[in-house]
Design a protein around this ligand. Structure first.
Ligand SMILES: Nc1ncnc2c1ncn2[C@@H]1O[C@H](COP(=O)(O)OP(=O)(O)O)[C@@H](O)[C@H]1O
Ligand SMILES: [Mg+2]
Ligand SMILES: [Zn+2]
Length: 531
């Protein structure tokens, strides 16, 4: 069975099937019906928006023997010849490969002869910007005095590369990027015709990813269909096949980061990498997303510059709402720096994870952006306090003085000795650390076990370098080997909590575990001691 690519199979056969170019279609239809046809047209705009399709339709329509309104009938001799690409009146030239002066000279010679059958000779010059200067000059001569039976249609994605002398002789039509809604409608129609059903959400996802190009939409759709066996494609299938994160995913990522939700951010990253994309593209896609947010937020009417459709623009604006510029700028700076780091990194995933944690924890950062973020955090807290204080005052029963609210940390206590299990962990600490390999091992360098000297809990605190390391160990890393070693040394399960050395110095309960002097010496000599 021969197979035709979807986008060819569904090349519009009537003007009605051309989506999202209404103004152009209306004008051209009027010209066809009134017989007032120009001799030179320039179709420009992004790839996959219908330039070639409309050119072909137009060429067929002007030569059709039984036109149907403005539409070619598709069945007369002229239409059939055109549809099988054997028409002598419709000449398609790909300027990308036929761009020399000679190619255009041939056109000039041919142009001299009237069509033997049909009314018009239509030259469709695709990728017109690829013509050489000589070819343009030769073409210009023809465009200056075209015979009345000749029509030129130049199509290009880069109108700016055409000489003004050419452009000024053409009726110019700018093909617009196609909106998500229009693309989704068209996909719906085509799926219907193919007898395949799909989730609405999935269709919209493809439409959005197509980025204004119907051709891209159909290619993406095709990839999804080819993996489908039961006549149904689900949203998940589509995500899996296309392997990218939509801006919803990025939006969720940003929400997590802003909410200082390390787990959530890491989960989003996991979803991203499960979809098959690598960490470098994550860094660049996310940076791009943040940049779009910033631009959408800062100015109006930037849709074109952002290369997003009007709907996406609205989505971006909505997502950016309420996020301070400096915050976005801080994220963008950190993420674009990450892009550079990743290029030579052997542990890209870890680098990205660490960066996400860093974003979630401006307090662990010391650069000016982070400082600003911290100040902003403090300002917000201050505001909260301002509104909370009257409430708190109101909540205190009249007969209770505010003094009873004294913070529990301020309670004095008699320092208790560490529980035996924790002491055993301390005794074996060097060998426990030595048993930690890879990333966890390097994170734990210099880590110290600490206990709650108030005796209120039997938790083993592990004091580590800084917040980033603490959060990484707490939220991301697999510490099962460490925990195993700890419970083995302790002789039973011990609840373990990671803290930073500054947490410890701030607390008046957390205290280093004392071990008698001669054992300490042995520990420093890194000898394994087992009770
Ligand atoms: N405006 C449109 N409406 C419907 N289908 C379109 C449209 N634009 C492109 N397509 C689809 O994409 C395919 C390629 O479009 P084409 O006309 O070659 O785009 P361009 O020449 O602008 O790059 C067509 O065969 C058609 O299936
Ligand atoms: Mg084209
Ligand atoms: Zn016809």
């Amino acid at each position: 069975m021969s197979y035709t690519a979807l986008y060819r199979k569904f090349r519009p056969a009537s003007f009605e099937e051309v989506k999202g170019q209404d103004a152009i279609v209306t004008t051209l239809k009027n010209q066809i019906m009134s017989g007032r046809i120009g001799h030179a047209y320039l179709f420009c705009g992004t790839r996959g928006t219908g330039k070639t399709s409309v050119a072909k339709l137009f060429a067929r329509a002007v030569n059709c023997e039984h036109r149907n309104g403005a539409d070619p009938c598709g069945t007369c001799e002229s239409c059939r010849a055109a549809l099988s690409s054997s028409s002598v009146n419709i000449i398609e030239i790909d300027a990308a490969s036929n761009n020399s002066v000679d190619d255009v000279r041939n056109i000039r010679e041919e142009v001299a002869y009237r069509p033997t059958e049909g009314r018009y000779k239509v030259y469709i010059i695709d990728e017109a910007h690829m013509l050489s200067t000589g070819a343009f000059n030769a073409l210009l001569k023809t465009l200056e005095e075209p015979p009345e039976y000749v029509i030129f249609i130049l199509a290009t994605t880069e109108a700016a590369k055409l000489p003004v002398t050419i452009v000024s002789r053409c009726q110019r039509y700018d093909f617009k990027r196609i909106s998500i809604d229009r693309i989704a409608d068209r996909i719906g129609e085509l799926l219907n015709a193919e007898g395949i059903s799909a989730d609405e959400k999935g269709i919209r996802y493809i439409s959005r990813l197509a980025d204004g190009s119907m051709r891209d939409a159909l290619s993406l759709l095709e990839r999804c269909i080819s993996g489908c066996t039961n006549g149904r494609i689900s949203y998940d299938d589509i995500l899996e096949t296309l392997g990218t994160v939509d801006s919803e995913g990025f939006h969720a990522m940003l929400e997590a980061v802003r909410g200082k939700n390390v787990k959530g951010a890491i989960r989003q990253l996991e979803e991203y990498s499960v979809s098959g994309k690598d960490m470098s593209s994550f860094a660049s896609d996310f940076t791009w997303y943040l940049r779009n947010l910033l631009l959408a937020k800062s100015t109006d009417g930037l849709e074109d510059m952002l290369d997003v459709t009007a709907e996406e623009y609205q989505e971006l604006k909505a997502s950016a709402e309420g996020i301070p510029d400096e915050e976005l700028i801080r994220y963008i700076r950190i993420f674009s720096a990450l892009g550079g780091t990743l290029r030579n990194s052997v542990s890209k995933r870890v680098d990205v994870e660490m960066t996400l944690i860093r974003l979630c924890r401006p307090e662990a950062d010391t650069d000016t952006d982070a400082l600003k973020a911290r100040i902003r955090g403090l300002e917000e807290k201050l505001e909260e306090l301002k509104t909370d204080i009257p409430k708190m005052a109101a909540a205190v029963p009249a007969n209770v003085s505010a003094r009873t609210e004294a913070r529990p940390e301020k309670k004095t206590f008699i320092k208790k000795a560490a529980p035996a299990g924790i002491v055993r962990v301390k005794k074996n600490w060097n060998s426990i650390l030595a048993g930690q390999k890879g990333l966890v091992g390097s994170m734990l360098e210099g880590a110290v076990p600490v206990y709650d000297a108030s005796g209120e809990s039997n938790i083993l605190y592990i004091s580590v370098r800084n917040e980033t390391v603490r959060d990484y160990l707490k939220e991301v890393a697999d510490c099962s080997v460490l925990f195993g070693a700890i419970s083995e040394a302790a002789g039973g399960t011990v609840e373990t909590v990671f803290v930073t050395s500054s947490d410890v110095s701030r607390s008046d309960r957390l205290s280093e575990i004392e071990v008698i002097e001669n054992i300490k010496k042995l520990i420093n000599a890194d000898v394994e001691i087992v009770d």
